[in-house]
Design a protein around this ligand. Sequence first.
Ligand code: ADP
Ligand code: MG
Length: 222
Amino acid sequence: MRIEADQVTMVLNGRTIMERESLVCVPGAMTALVGPSGAGKTTLLHLLGLLLRPTGGRVLANGADTTAWGARQRRLFWKNYAAFILQDYGIMEEESVAFNVTMTSSLFRSKVVGDEKRLKAVLMETGLGGREQELAARLSGGEKRRLAIARALYKDAQVILADEPTASLDDANGERVIELLASLARQGRTVIVATHDDKMMRAADVQHSLARFSDAPEGRGE
Ligand SMILES: Nc1ncnc2c1ncn2[C@@H]1O[C@H](COP(=O)(O)OP(=O)(O)O)[C@@H](O)[C@H]1O
Ligand SMILES: [Mg+2]
């Protein structure tokens, strides 16, 4: 699925943090949103994932203007097409690995519902093989990132949006996450990452630079 920002402007609390930003993210490519802290990488990622609505301009999904979409259409986009790997990982800590991947539950925690074969395959692919029943809260930071990627693989999401997916990971885990995301792109998905990690940027097919907008204050967090 092709995701496009067309002259997108974002005003938050009366402050312009992005002005007329345009970019096209195509299937089969990994697009990196890069720039210094506070440049608007996370905001643009959320706009492209329809988590935020722009105050100006349009976000297009396969050419359709999503700006006018209501809650129902957005929900269908999230359910059927998109997967997010966000900074808080989007992981349900008190649930099992299996639940976090399949998003389906059973009355009996130990029973896997959903496609068990597929669950096993995506856990193997992300290095979490055999850990279905573990509580997500027990996983390390790197494992939680991979769990979020396993969920994207399980649902066969066409659009994968990741916010600083390698942040605070050691080299080996970082490289593993980069390789998993790159392989999702090679398989024809649209992969979009907000990052300031050099290795992640270099692995991307397209780099879209955001300059810190002049009226934004210095020293804000990620
Ligand atoms: N909900 C919000 N309300 C007001 N300002 C925000 C909000 N979210 C982000 N910002 C501001 O927008 C700018 C861009 O933030 P962000 O997209 O998080 O940048 P990055 O991810 O590149 O570090 C920052 O100046 C930040 O303080
Ligand atoms: Mg950010």
